[in-house]
Design a protein around this ligand. Structure first.
Ligand SMILES: [Zn+2]
Length: 288
């Protein structure tokens, strides 16, 4: 089975692109060939040099949340073909078989080191995590679920952008998700985004930049349009490292770059720090 046929357009990225070889990954930093199943069943990092591969959504959830605590919401929700786009139904079926995913995002609730949270994890192995109606709807459902239950929200973003086969219905998801998350935020609830490779297009232009705290994985490509498109538009050479997590951190768009191995601990600390359930409001003030 070829999970890795999609190449991500990037002129700067190293270490995050997969080869087209069947069941093998080539690390683009150290050049070693790795067995895909072994690497992706672990932390999806090169064992020789530490470079990160894209991590499947369910494996990421396993690595982040407390064992047995994850309860998925809307697991069976499937995308239709709202515009009768030629070949879309066949492509969706192939993507489901290839990625073993129903859609490009998994949502649910869980605990992270005992801290309750709503969580969404996008999966770039399903149509490059593109945001169609179902991806948008699931983000909206999770935001409303978190608001109703007064839960914080953690969203792992990974997306190639809008789902072209759904046209304007796909673009509408930008405003829908933005509004749902604004309501969650207005209720004083925490929203943490983790930007993973790649976070681009309509997701960057909506909920990926809406968190109270924005974390990123090392080396992740984060941007709206691809670097080649920007260079052709502005007719100028882009700076070294443009659109990498490191560049955006240096320029203040990201709060912290977190190694994958430290992500669970970091999220647990942030959730505990903002846990309003532990604070008791009294007439004399706050008692911890
Ligand atoms: Zn390597």
């Amino acid at each position: 089975m070829n999970l890795f046929s999609e190449q991500i357009e990037s002129t700067q990225q190293t270490g995050l692109q997969e080869t087209g070889a069947l069941e093998m990954l080539r690390c683009t930093r150290c050049g070693r060939d790795l067995v895909a199943d072994v690497v992706l069943a672990g932390d999806a990092a090169c064992p020789y040099c530490g470079n990160l591969f894209r991590q499947p959504a369910y494996r990421r959830i396993e690595a982040i949340v407390d064992s047995g605590s994850f309860i998925e919401i809307e697991r069976e929700t499937e995308t239709g073909d709202p515009l009768s786009f030629p070949g879309y139904r066949t492509k969706l079926e192939k993507e489901r078989v290839k990625s073993k995913m129903q859609e490009g995002v998994v949502i649910g609730k869980a605990t992270v080191k005992g801290q309750r949270t709503a969580i969404a994890v996008m999966d770039s192995y399903f149509m490059m995590g593109s945001m169609g109606t179902v991806v948008g709807e699931k983000i909206v459902i999770l935001a409303e679920f978190a608001l109703t239950n007064r839960l914080p929200l953690v969203i792992f973003c990974a997306s190639g952008g809008a789902r072209m086969q759904e046209g304007v219905l796909s673009l509408m998801q930008m405003s829908r998700t933005t509004i749902a998350l604004a309501r969650h935020s207005a209720a004083g609830l925490l929203h943490v985004n983790v930007l993973t490779h790649p976070t681009t297009g309509g997701v960057t232009a909506s909920f990926a930049m809406q968190g109270d705290i924005t974390l990123a994985e090392p080396g992740a490509l984060i941007g709206f349009a691809g670097p080649r498109v920007i260079e052709q538009t502005v007719r100028d050479k882009l700076p070294e490292g443009f659109q990498t997590a490191e560049y955006l951190y240096e320029h203040g768009l990201i709060d912290r770059i977190v190694e994958r191995k430290d992500m669970r601990e970091t999220l647990a600390s942030l959730l505990a720090l903002h846990n309003t359930e532990r604070v008791q409001w009294t007439d004399k003030g706050v008692r911890g």
